[in-house]
Design a protein around this ligand. Sequence first.
Ligand code: ADP
Length: 489
Amino acid sequence: ANGMRNFSALVQTKALVNGNWVNSSNNDVFEVKNPANGEVIGQVPNMTVADAQEAICAAKQAFESKEWRSMTAKDRSNLLKKWHKLIEQHTDEIAEIMTAESGKPINESKGEVMYGNAFVEWFAEEARRIYGEIVPSGAPNREIIVMKQPIGVAALITPWNFPMAMITRKAGAALAAGCTVVVKPSEDTPLTALAVAKLAEDAGIPKGVINVITTNKAAPIGDLFCKSPDVRGISFTGSTEVGKLLFRNAADGIKRVCLELGGNAPFIVFDTANVEKAVDGAMASKFRNCGQTCVSANRFFVQEGVYDKFVSQLKQRVEALKVGQGQSCDVQIGPLINKMQFDKVSAFVEDARSKSANIISGGKNIPELGSLFYAPTIITDVPPTAKLYTEEVFGPVASIIKFKDEAEAIQKANDTRRGLAGYFYSDNLQQVFRVAKRMEVGMVGVNEGIISAVEAPFGGVKESGVGREGSRHGIDDYVDIKYICMGNL
Ligand code: ADP
């Protein structure tokens, strides 16, 4: 297939267990397809529960091996730096693989490789700063020493919308802390994961420290991760439904759980806003990755005074978006990832239409481009009963709701069980602080539509998750705090 032509050198067709590139024990495989045209671009092992068990054992052995355990933080840091360097050198190849399996426009794929790689660099730096404490003791002849130690084996389950960054954001932190990992990438995007793991191997990261299990039967393997006493932490990015399931199943083993789940991001434009900038932010927040990010604006609340101006400017911009095959450099919107997402987006729009919302742009698929393309869409007067209002659409659909005053906007913005990102535009200082404090989310963008950064803590409140990734807090999920009491000194 021609998708393979350019990036063959980094494409792996086997899974990685204990430093060996392996088939599944029953030799089963599954195909990876390009969502832009349905073309098969490769196949990977369909690993079984027994294979995953082997990967856990390998990770445990590697964790306990002298090679990894006695390595200094500086040496671990250097390995991560080498990995970072190799990823940097292969940016274009990884991006091509990513675009081929996810449909993401090539410029966005390159952006993701750089963003994802920045986590490797960041955690290479953090590895040397995982400090403990010596606390003044309340008793004479005693010292209180607090140290941070790696939790052990961490299982990482990642989604398709950021095929690389969601892996490095977890694995970078885990390795920096001294943990070992078993990665279960999305069945839609295993090739990016394997390519990045190959570079980790080339960087000299010891065998068994990073294992990658590809499978299209996630549930039983997720179960194993939850049940295995050898897995000490589970880090998951994906849907709220699966997150809740993992949280429940991990309870029995009292596992460390980090969950990055869905959002329902409000994007508020106040009368006090700079409307041009708000439109820029809206475009970036809503249409990046075809709207398939968990921090994408899901509901736009626009105040009466700027409503008409905002909607007409947004319409102009949306209708100018270039939709097409991700390989072309000028394409801004690719296909949706798979039929399930496509059907969901279509159904949400139809649901809003039937509840008398107004579709002012798009609202239809684009069969001439391919079966998974959906036109960038703007819908106004979306009622609170519409699915678009209450659930995350994860597609290129902007839902707009008009409001009268600040209190109403905040009430509506917070009227959801999710709380990941929230955005608002205002040039009034007092209003900025008032609203930023009252938004029930883990991340707030003030006059900004793209807020993710390796230096900043990423994560949600309410049902959007627990734990934070990136920043210095990203290490916390991978370390235990140990208190050592030195007595009778
Ligand atoms: P989405 O596909 O919307 O990102 P999912 O939660 O379905 O969300 O997928 C995220 C990741 O979770 C993928 O790697 C997927 O294979 C995995 N996954 C799906 N179901 C389960 C499950 N029951 N247990 C563990 N992992 C799962």
